[in-house]
Write a protein that binds this ligand. Sequence first.
Ligand SMILES: [Zn+2]
Length: 232
Amino acid sequence: MVDGNTLSTVLSTLYWLQSVALQDGDSDRLIWKWTPDGQFSTSSAYEAFFHGQYAIHEGQVLRKSRALAKCKFFVWLAIHGRCWTTDRRKRHKLQDDDVCALCSQESETITHLLTGCAFSREVWFRLLRLVHWEDLAPTAEELSLADWWLSKRKQVHKSARKAFDSIVILTSWMLWKERNNRTFNNTTANPPTQVLHDTLAEASIWVQAGYIALSEFTQVVHVRSRDHVRNM
Ligand SMILES: [Zn+2]
């Protein structure tokens, strides 16, 4: 049995074919519709693959940022709301409780976890204060990670944006790690100062691996003792 849509497609095709006159002796030929001259090219085929898609700005910034692939992949998931936070697990009926692992007060959405949570905001504030960027730290306003990141990076001088982008990705990853340790490993909850310390230690390793932009942060820390950092 033919449904209404199929019948409509057939009728409209027949209508358009009425104006087509076939000529004896003319053989059929294939025309590639993605180039003006109808000839196939691999570059046009590649562009055709993305036809109808559009690039999102945060995706472009993330792609160009310097950070470990696993951390960039995590941020990509966070931006697209694909992280298994307790809020998402509850929605999928995988658990009953959706309380935030970091503050134990609010519902654990990815936005809350990375930028809205009081615990995370303290980490961001202490970290950004090291280079006098404390005004850029997330506030209780709870912007999504992408909205906060893109709006604040505009306030950073162009020469320091690489450092800002890398530290945003690294810190987001470290907050997620702390959350996972508490959720899955049942380990003792680290205070914000310890997460800050671990983030800076990881940043030092990244600098040694060639992520030079992050030395903006690590150089500040090199002149301070570990105990001093704990008390910042
Ligand atoms: Zn929280």
